[in-house]
Write a protein that binds this ligand. Sequence first.
Ligand code: SF4
Length: 239
Amino acid sequence: MPKPPLRAPGEPGLAAQRRRMQVIIRRLRRAYPDAHCSLNYATPLELLVATILSAQCTDARVNLVTKDLFQKYRSAADYAQADLETLQEDIRPTGFYRNKAKALQGMGKRLAEAFGGEVPRAMDDLLTLPGVARKTANVVLGNAFGQAPGIVVDTHVARLSARLGFSNAPTPEKIERDLMAIVPPRHYVMLPHWLIFHGRAVCRARGPRCGECMLADLCPSAGDGQAGAQAGAQAARRP
Ligand code: SF4
């Protein structure tokens, strides 16, 4: 069956994208009413640590590791003063454990020295922490502090943004900019959760289930199993 046009004749590109995004958001929201951050945490510091550990690792595995980790390391100072080799062993199952342990120790030191041991609430301050790039900062600001200066772009968000025809940009930062131009700010925090839930359940990296996707009539990649896979893989390599 031919797909309906994504843009009405004469309608400017950005306006058409915004209109299509609105419909997609409505459907995703209805399909995933319980979408949420899959990382377990009780404090901003725990969310910051879990997000750093989640680089190139599943949230489920991070949650297994943080169950014990958060009992042992309770403050920024605990990470700052940690024995590096011990910390490496404590987080080893999350992969890239040497770099991540160094980042956690550096993060603890910076928090203790510059922010009184507290996780700062400003993007610029968060970006001064070792191991923290925009994605991690957006996760912490949006989920721990209810602020939304931007949109989290992880492997699922990058892949779905490409497949849905919203951004083919090569970096998470540029994908985020493309999305911010068409997503209403009130959806900045939830959109990534909806896309991640849809990416896990239906629009999988390998073998998207277009036949059972409620976005198929709005998706330029419906039926093309490989579209967007590259974008997701690139984003997964960023912190
Ligand atoms: S139609 Fe296919 S490619 Fe498009 S969002 Fe749905 S599952 Fe993904």
